[in-house]
Design a protein around this ligand. Structure first.
Ligand SMILES: [Zn+2]
Length: 378
């Protein structure tokens, strides 16, 4: 995409489409299934250094690369270096339609290598144009994002100076700004009944399966309301057809954009288990682990305003987006660095149909360049 500039070329016009594509393909070629980020981490850290950043790697492998600005202020630009699942040996195919995909046997890994490619292209431009006005940028590239935001959860943000930031890690229409994300809770439930021989002395048994079934049947699940969803996803228990099952383990989750509604849902699930257990003489362990916490960025907050201004400068319409899932942005927000999340062009992330249009990847990179080089906002 080209744009007609008033008063000469704009920084966003400098994004080099072929170079961005080559960078992206180079990153996709490096295997980085979540939990195995050593190679990509080494390569990325070297690349950030070559491009003029000072870098540090923390004890779990998160990389912080700092590029000095030409004006006051510091922003955070966040990506993650792991890819979802276990796929390796990813072979990208560039279609005549300008869309990059795989043959359908693996994911592509545009989540989040398209975001990282955008950062590296931005750095090349900043290095070549030190006369541009831009703030110091802290590029944080995390590990373990796909395993429940492990990297950002453990990241020590006291290492960072950034006042606000941008997370390059969403799908969604170009021009969207993810300003609202839910709280997500993982549930692990164990029902303890009493094992007994089902043929000989069933009176002595308390069926944990039956307790679990009654509890599940009694609780609200699925889409609870506009903001809230809940699920029991796995159930395991029992030993044999002639043994009354003594133990059942269940895994589930609940998410809501509204913390009060989430608390209410969790209470409904917990009490359904407790009631069913009590009535049968069983007991239950109900563990709820918060994976990430909701955030909501106001339209007049700095990261939203800067992202919106950049998006409009590219001639795109701004679309406020409420996400169903979390990003590292949830932890940056929780830890005091307000962030919005932005699209990289990726589509169908985590699926073998994952793909990205080069046009969109260019647009996402131009958006990043615009955010960084636009006049500072108060
Ligand atoms: Zn991602």
């Amino acid at each position: 995409m080209t744009s007609v500039a008033r008063g000469g070329p704009r920084p966003t016009d400098s994004v080099d489409r072929d170079r961005l594509l080559a960078t992206f393909l180079g990153l996709v070629a490096v295997d980085s299934p979540t939990g195995h980020e050593e190679s990509i981490g080494t390569i990325l850290e070297a690349r950030f250094r070559e491009l003029g950043c000072s870098t540090t790697k923390d004890d779990i492998g998160n990389i912080i690369a700092v590029y000095p600005g030409t004006r006051p202020g510091t922003i955070l630009v966040s990506t993650h270096m792991d890819t979802a699942g276990t796929d390796r040996g990813i072979v990208p195919i560039i279609g005549d339609d300008g869309v990059i995909r795989t043959d359908g046997s693996t994911i592509l890994g545009a989540d989040d290598k398209s975001g990282i490619a955008g950062c590296l292209e931005l750095l090349r431009l900043l290095q070549a144009n030190r006369h541009w006005s831009f703030p110091t940028i802290e590029f944080v590239s995390t590990v373990g994002e796909e395993r429940g935001l492990v990297g950002s959860r453990h990241l020590d943000v006291s290492r960072l100076e950034a006042t606000h930031g941008f997370v390059l890690d969403t799908a969604g229409v170009m021009g969207s700004i993810t300003y609202w994300s839910p709280t997500s809770v993982y549930l692990t439930i164990t029902v303890h009944g009493r094992k007994a021989h089902a043929g000989v002395e069933p009176e002595k048994g308390i069926s944990a399966v039956r307790v679990a079934a009654q509890a599940i049947a009694a609780m609200p699940l699925g889409r609870i309301d506009e903001e809230t969803v809940a699920n029991i996803g796995t159930i395991r228990g029992g030993e044999a057809r002639n043994v009354i099952p003594g133990t059942v383990e269940l895994e589930g989750m609940a998410r809501s954009h509204d913390q009060d509604k989430l608390d209410e849902q969790l209470e409904a699930m917990r009490s359904a288990f407790e009631r069913a257990a009590r009535e049968a003489g069983a007991t239950v362990d109900f563990a709820a682990e918060e994976v990430y916490r909701t955030y909501k960025i106001a339209e007049d907050a700095l990261p939203y305003r800067e992202a919106a201004a950049a998006t409009r400068s590219l001639g795109l319409e701004v679309t406020p987006r409420k996400s169903g899932g979390g990003t590292d942005g949830n932890y940056f927000n929780a830890k005091g660095i307000p962030c919005v999340a932005l699209p990289t062009g990726m589509v169908d992330e985590h699926a073998t149909s994952e793909h990205i249009a080069l046009d969109d990847m260019v647009l996402a990179c131009q958006n990043l360049v615009a955010i960084v080089t636009q006049p500072a906002q108060e």
